[in-house]
Ligand binder design. Sequence first.
Ligand SMILES: [Zn+2]
Length: 251
Amino acid sequence: MTWQDGKRWVYSVTYDEGLEALLDNAVPVHRKYEMPGHLALVASQLGVVRRIPVELDQEPRCSYDGMMTLSVEQIKMLCAEGWGVSNHSMTHPAITAENAHYEVIESRKVLEDALEMEVRMFCVPGCNDWYEAVRAVAAQAGLHSILTIYDDINTADTDLLRLCRAPLHEEYPPPFYSAYDPYKRLYQAVDAGGWVIDYCHCPLPGKVMHPWKDCSLEHLEERFEMVLRVGGDDVWLAEPNEVVEYLLSVR
Ligand SMILES: [Zn+2]
């Protein structure tokens, strides 16, 4: 199996929540390495101060609450540079059979109307426990792919409705713990001719908002350098929608 333009493996990186602080931090690193990025966007949280849950009678519960999210104009600017987007639900709840229509199907329409582009990739919010409820409405929602946080590489045969992502984090949650690993899954992808999709939120210089959810900006740059060192001319640096569309075209 070779990928587009004869490349032997693929590397992508995704940022959940679409925070505005990406512009001053991760985005310049992307430009330096000519690396396309990807935003998983919550449809109700575009160009606003992030607040999850959206219900005002409940306490905010996410480490990224209180941070500004990217505006429609900023998202369009990144897309013009080769970035892509996925739908990360309407309000970032636990997805169930009861709310799946609103969170997976109606949110797609809201996002597409705001961004004036097609959004056929869904990114499961929260944790993999909510995956099955998303999968159950995938056809109805017209999805071509689903991003999860199952930690693995993907291959040319991967189920596009269950794409795996590798957490690009400072450490795993207890009781496991781990150290940041710039090589994580890269040689596995080289040997398998696979596709690594990294997952983080908003790397910042010298610190992380949450060690289970992010790496530092320095570690992001180290990761990109490692991808290019390990990959050389063999790695296709690609935005995930682009890879899905390529796989659909060759299958
Ligand atoms: Zn999220």
